[in-house]
Write a protein that binds this ligand. Structure first.
Ligand code: F6R
Length: 612
């Protein structure tokens, strides 16, 4: 949440900062701002998107070869021009950008107020820049030392960059529980919340660790210390990120691009890990800890949102195929109760961003309790990837649309490969079924391709139900989590209230809601429960509900009674979620678009939830 970017070098900073903010906008888009130093400091900030900031600054002097920029997802203080970052110290010397929350800011603010400080905004960030200024001016010490002493008084999460008007040749950056990456170019540094603003200038990066403070100098020097004042060695890594992956190309929206990419990204997730004709599947992270996995008494999966839905599918997969008991936990709940986690448990964190604060905290709790922790993430070098004992990347490439699509199907692909591997190794699935599942998985990308051809039909269905105020999604077994995911996709981007339910639970309450204005999306792709779900559809139709049924190819019974049907290609039942979710993603996309919603940047949301 919140994107930060900073530049020091020989080029003009402003265009670099703006381009960087546009790339980071998925992290928050309530307001945006930049500060540039060129003799004096100039700050431009504006409520709304980065485009509003660009308009605001268009007639101004934006020259300078050092600067900082921020795009905000509001926590403390409403989204407006004043609360927008950067924030400036009382004497005007320091400007600061911040991603995170300073939890004890009230206490610090109180004592600063008592000492005569005056605040313009309602933010926790302004308190921090005043604190740094006070320490710096009272002790007459370098900026980095003032930052270090201030951070020792702070409780909370932060990624910050600070600029000193009296020292135009350096920037100071620090992190704790919020990501920060330093790009090292030729005679320049770009610092940002993720690598996307850096790729135009360099592929050489240093990921800052928690409790580290970095000083970057115009002369190319980089120094990193801990908040305990210990000098740190830093490892320069090369990032594998292409500029085209960060752009929409010919698509109108990132979400649509990412939906269409899925035939490729699911394949990328399997590449080098599965070969059906040779009859093998190997997920590196598991192979390295195979004893642990095959002997596991229990797996706990911690995740949030869409990743939690992928985790729920994993529960069905691991329990059915590998006969390992699984618990799927909302990370935000797991971290605050007193869970029973034992040393021979495996705790898997599932996260696209690898930065979700609750998931990270749940993982740390599990680590403290001695469990093996395993990360399944998309973003390379992210915090979760770096704290886990072992793990796997899903290789979906950058996901920029705020609503998760391709990361979800890649997560499910990876989890399916894990479950099949463990089922085979533990002898809980027959060899013939093992081979059938490998072939099934390998053929998924082609089936996704085929499904995407139904886009026009799905668009038509969207036009028929777009004015609804509510929607119900029903599914059973492997497709119950898809009902939850379909409902989440619809509500988050179209603002239609939607609920996902296990189909049989409908009779225990939600059936009361059904009338002719209620679209009911039924995921009826499980052959094992086809008759039962057929009955559920009859019950909806008897109450005049509008049924959109996702059915297996050639299904005639349900097609006769449903108002609309979307057929998915035939596959093994455990793999059906990989197909049944695709039409639901497209349905939400088209409905949101027809309702005039901002599909890629839905209101109030941000992609990387780095605060609780
Ligand atoms: C929904 C969505 C969110 C995320 C959730 C977890 O479309 O994107 O629900 O799934 O915030 O994020 P990650 O996977 O990054 O931990």
């Amino acid at each position: 949440m919140c994107g930060i970017v900073a530049y020091i070098g020989e080029k003009q900073a402003y265009p670099i900062l703006i381009k960087g903010l546009q790339r980071l906008e998925y992290r928050g888009y309530d307001s945006a701002g930049v500060a540039l130093l060129n003799g004096s400091v100039k700050v431009f900030k504006k409520k709304g998107k980065v485009s509003e900031l660009v308009y605001h600054a268009s007639q101004q002097d934006t020259t300078g070869t050092i600067g900082i920029g921020h795009t905000r997802w509001a926590t403390h203080g409403k989204p407006d021009d004043i609360n927008a970052h950067p924030h400036t110290s009382g004497n005007g010397r320091l400007t600061l950008i911040h991603n995170g929350i300073i939890e004890n800011y009230n206490a610090i603010k109180e004592s600063l107020l008592n000492r005569g400080h005056e605040f313009r905004s309602q933010t926790d960030t302004e308190v921090l820049v005043h604190l740094i200024e006070e320490i710096q001016s009272q002790n007459n010490i370098p900026l980095e030392e003032a930052v270090r002493l201030a951070l020792n008084q702070v409780i909370g999460a932060y990624a910050i960059v600070v600029m000193d008007a009296n020292d135009p040749d350096k920037l100071v950056a620090a992190r704790k529980s919020s990501p920060l990456v330093i790009g090292i170019g030729k005679g320049e540094f770009v610092i940002a919340s993720d690598a996307s603003p850096l790729v135009d200038y360099t592929k050489q990066v240093v990921y800052l660790n928690d409790n580290e403070i970095a000083v970057v100098h115009r002369n190319g020097e980089l120094q990193i210390k801990t908040t305990n004042n210990e000098l740190q060695d830093h490892k320069v890594q090369e990032i594998n990120l292409q500029i085209e992956q960060l752009e929409k190309g010919d698509y109108e929206h990132f979400m649509l691009k990412e939906i269409y990419e899925q035939s490729k990204t699911i394949g990328d997730c399997m590449r080098g890990r599965l070969n059906a004709s040779e009859g093998w599947v190997r997920v590196g992270g598991i192979e390295d800890s195979i004893e642990h996995f095959t002997n596991a008494k229990r797996i706990i999966i911690a995740a949030c949102g869409t990743s939690w839905h992928a985790g729920l599918i994993a529960e069905y997969l691991f329990e059915e195929l590998a006969r390992i008991p699984v618990e799927v936990e909302y990370a935000s709940e797991l971290r605050y109760r007193n869970p029973i986690i034992k040393e021979n448990d495996i705790v898997i964190a599932l996260s696209q961003s690898g930065e979700t604060a609750d998931t990270l905290a749940a993982l740390e709790l599990a680590k403290d309790k001695g469990a093996m922790i395993y990360g399944i993430v998309n973003v390379v070098g992210s915090s979760i990837a770096r704290v886990t004992d072992a793990g796997s990347y899903i290789h979906a490439g950058p996901e920029i649309g705020v609503a998760s699509t391709k990361a979800f199907t890649s997560q499910v692909t990876l989890l399916a490969m894990m479950a099949i591997t463990l089922g085979y190794r533990r002898g809980t699935i027959p060899k013939s079924y093992y081979h059938q599942l490998l072939e099934g998985l390998e053929s998924i990308p082609a089936k996704v391709e085929k499904l995407l051809k139904l886009n026009d039909k799905i668009k038509y269905i969207a036009s028929e139900i777009k004015d609804s105020s509510n929607a119900l999604y029903l599914g059973r077994g492997y497709n119950f989590p898809i009902a939850l995911e379909g409902a989440l996709k619809l509500k988050e981007i179209s603002y239609i209230h939607a609920e996902g339910y296990p189909a049989a639970e409908m009779k225990h309450g939600p059936i009361a809601l059904i009338d002719e204005d209620m679209p009911v999306v039924v995921i009826a792709t499980n052959k094992s429960s086809y008759e039962k779900i057929y009955s559920n559809i009859q019950e909806v139709k008897a109450r005049k509900g509008v049924v959109i049924a996702i059915v297996p190819e050639g299904s005639t019974e349900i097609s006769k009674i449903a108002d609309y049907t979307i057929e998915i290609p035939d596959t093994e039942e455990p793999l059906t979620p990989l197909l049944s979710v695709i039409p639901l993603q497209l349905l939400s996309y088209h409905i949101a678009l027809m309702r005039g919603c901002n599909v890629d940047q839905p209101r109030n949301l941000a992609k990387s939830v780095t605060v609780e």
